[in-house]
Design a protein around this ligand. Structure first.
Ligand code: PEP
Ligand code: MN
Length: 337
């Protein structure tokens, strides 16, 4: 913790800050310059919020020197985390593409889409059986029947399966069917869910919240890691900004920022980030060029009749084209597809 005192701060104010730091367990190093006194507190960072010091009389500013998350930090595992699921490695040399419809709708639908994405080179089938919809009147998903259809289609096409878990009571059900449990953007700060997922021994794909900072995303990952589940995959899926040309604003820079701050793999979801299929390919290319470990892409064989997110779902032929483009881009940044 670094506390910079205001110019002309009184000695009593400085002592007050020192006493506070010491009472919290910090060892304080004091350095007095011409204008400012700087206090360096070495010790337990835990949950100390710099604002607690910034509101004290005589304090100019206060900064944390180390991050508030530990297990999610790159320092914890400098070489990076690789998650092995069957013969697929996430966070390794290969860019892993996860693709499928927004929601599973029928055996015929998921069968057709799974076959198409597998033929183009996807490694993981995606599809929601429990859907977090903005309106309670929208299609809410097929539930367990949908999970059965997803598993069947994934197995038939030798794909892994990722699907969303909406609350902690659903964890055992999801865990029985899927290889990766997805936490949706709306649930990134559902701390009860995150804690329960920490007790699970299955990979979790954690999406960035609609208005979450990268630090908040990494703190949410910390909840899962601190429970002993180290297989967490982060996902940039766009954040809400003032820009309304696209459904969300895809924060491509989050990819290199997360890579520097954390050892966890990060994938990108250009479908929810843009909300329109004509923008999915360019954003997918950009994400892979920026260092994403994988992509999560919505594909539907008949998007005009999709029960959710049809406008952002690629036609199978567009998905095939996306994979072809990645076969050029990935090697340019030292990866394969
Ligand atoms: C999804 O992947 O289907 C989904 C609902 O995404 P998000 O949580 O990012 O909105
Ligand atoms: Mn969707």
């Amino acid at each position: 913790m670094l506390v910079v005192m205001q110019e002309g701060a009184e000695e009593a104010q400085t002592q007050n800050v020192i006493n506070r730091l010491v009472s919290m367990g910090f060892i304080v190093h004091r350095s007095s310059g011409m204008l400012h006194t700087v206090l360096g507190g070495v010790g337990p960072v835990g949950d100390v919020d710099p604002i607690e010091f910034e509101v004290m009389p005589g304090v100019k500013e206060c900064h944390r020197i180390v991050s508030p998350y530990k297990l999610a930090s790159r320092h914890f595992k400098p070489a990076g985390t690789r998650i092995q699921i069957g013969d697929v490695e996430i966070g390794g040399d290969q860019v892993v593409v996860m693709a499928g419809p927004c929601s599973v709708e029928s055996r015929d639908q998921i069968g057709q889409v799974a076959e198409a994405v597998a033929a183009s080179g996807a490694k993981v089938l995606r599809g929601g059986a429990f859907k977090p919809r903005s309106s309670p009147y929208s299609f809410q998903g097929m539930g367990e029947d949908g999970l059965k259809l997803l598993r069947e289609a994934a197995d038939r096409n030798k794909l892994l399966l990722v699907s969303e878990v909406m609350d902690q009571t659903q964890i055992p059900l999801l865990a029985a069917y899927v290889d990766i449990l997805q936490v949706g953007a709306r649930n990134m700060q559902n701390y009860n869910l995150l804690r329960e997922l920490g007790a699970l021994r299955k990979p979790v794909l954690l999406k960035r919240g609609i208005s979450a900072t990268i630090e908040e995303l990494l703190l949410s990952a910390e909840y899962i890691l601190s429970g002993g589940n180290y297989d967490v995959i982060l996902c940039e899926r766009g954040i809400r900004t003032f820009e309304n040309s696209t459904r969300n604003t895809m924060d491509i820079s989050a990819i290199p920022v997360v890579k520097a701050l954390s050892h966890l793999p990060i994938v990108a979801d250009p479908s929810h980030a843009t909300g329109r299929r004509d923008k999915v390919l360019p954003m997918a290319r950009a994400a892979v060029a920026a260092g994403a470990d994988g992509l999560l892409v919505e594909v539907h064989h008949d998007p005009d009749h999709a029960l959710s997110d049809g406008a952002q779902s690629l036609y199978p032929s567009q998905f095939a084209e996306l994979m072809n483009q990645l076969r050029i881009i990935a090697p340019a940044v030292g990866r394969s597809v």
